[in-house]
Design a protein around this ligand. Structure first.
Ligand SMILES: NC(=O)c1ccc[n+]([C@@H]2O[C@H](COP(=O)([O-])OP(=O)(O)OC[C@H]3O[C@@H](n4cnc5c(N)ncnc54)[C@H](OP(=O)(O)O)[C@@H]3O)[C@@H](O)[C@H]2O)c1
Length: 275
């Protein structure tokens, strides 16, 4: 199949992970390019992956069909402004993975009438186990959506949302979500210590349990509720713990935490508009 040429404008942790994911899936190397500002790290990336590299974003933009914007939000304005002219001439597809920058802010910088997808990935993408929310502006066609899915799925799962504001909810659930499970693991390990386990053993048990439960969630066809039902015998130990979680307001607490994250995501988008 004729694959579109993809340029990674910034191939650090997240951009680099997606680039490596695509290569692992057999994406043709001559259809990939990466840019950055440090020639030495670019050289290392070229040596490791075999893709062509450049410090010249405009050269990459003139070459590519798809531009994946993988720089930090703070430098995005400068990068987009420098790409605006070639973007308007060529009208490539843009994909931004930057947290918090709305499509209207990005199009203010790049110029109007460009196909643009905003992606909100999460950290497990770095291990190929991510999940991302995707939002497409009106100018993105079906073929381009399929390309974005292919690129995003190189490091995990991908789901489209119909309204951009829903990306704040995606941020609150899967974007920030890995940290919630890390916090739960910390809390469970601390509880294990209080019950007399050594700190090392408590942490090992809590970590292995999180990983095992995650694997069951990922691999089983059962819903989380069904999985929980299967390990909760009436009158048993798990039932006591679950009842305590519910009585002490776990659901309300999680809802409040997710609301707080979503509100902060919306606030940050406003702040970044003026950056
Ligand atoms: N990491 C995550 O888990 C995560 C999750 C969700 C979203 N994101 C988003 O992903 C984006 C990148 O984050 P990251 O963690 O991957 O950051 P990172 O590791 O710092 O990568 C940023 C890359 O951008 C390059 N760069 C800086 N200025 C540039 C310029 N003017 N032109 C071209 N390249 C330039 C840097 O190149 P040099 O190495 O040469 O300096 C670096 O490789 C951010 O917008 C972030 O919001 C990240």
């Amino acid at each position: 199949m004729n694959q579109p040429k993809v340029a990674f404008i910034g191939a650090g942790n997240m951009g680099g992970a997606i680039l490596r994911g695509l290569i692992k899936q057999g994406y043709p190397l001559d259809a990939l390019m990466a840019t950055g500002i440090d020639p030495q790290s670019l050289e290392e990336l070229a040596k490791e992956t075999g893709v062509r590299v450049t410090t010249d974003n405009q050269q990459a933009a003139a070459w590519a069909d798809i531009l994946l914007l993988g720089v930090k939000p703070q430098v995005m304005q400068e990068v987009c402004l420098s790409l605006a002219e070639v973007a308007q001439q060529k009208k490539p597809l843009f994909v931004s993975i930057a947290a918090g920058l709305t499509t209207s802010t990005l199009l203010d910088w790049l110029g109007a009438d460009l196909p643009l997808v905003r992606s909100m990935p999460n950290t497990p993408s770095l291990l190929g186990a991510g999940v991302a929310g995707l939002y497409a502006t009106a100018g993105v066609n079906q073929q381009q959506r399929a390309w974005v899915e292919q690129i995003t799925r190189a490091v995990g799962d991908a789901h489209w949302v119909k309204e951009e504001s829903l990306l704040d909810a995606v941020t609150a659930i899967s974007g920030s979500g890995p940290a919630y499970y890390f916090l739960m693991t910390e809390a469970l390990a601390a509880a294990g210590e209080k019950l007399g386990l050594s700190s090392e053993l408590a942490l090992q048990l809590a970590k292995a349990t999180a990983a095992g439960a995650g694997k069951m969630l990922a691999e089983s066809k059962d819903s989380p509720t069904e999985l929980r039902r299967k390990v909760t015998s009436p009158g048993g130990t798990t039932e006591q713990a679950i009842q305590t979680f519910i009585d002490k307001g776990l659901h309300e607490l999680v809802e409040a935490a997710a609301q707080a994250a979503a509100c902060r995501a919306a606030e940050m988008a406003e702040e970044l508009k003026g950056s």
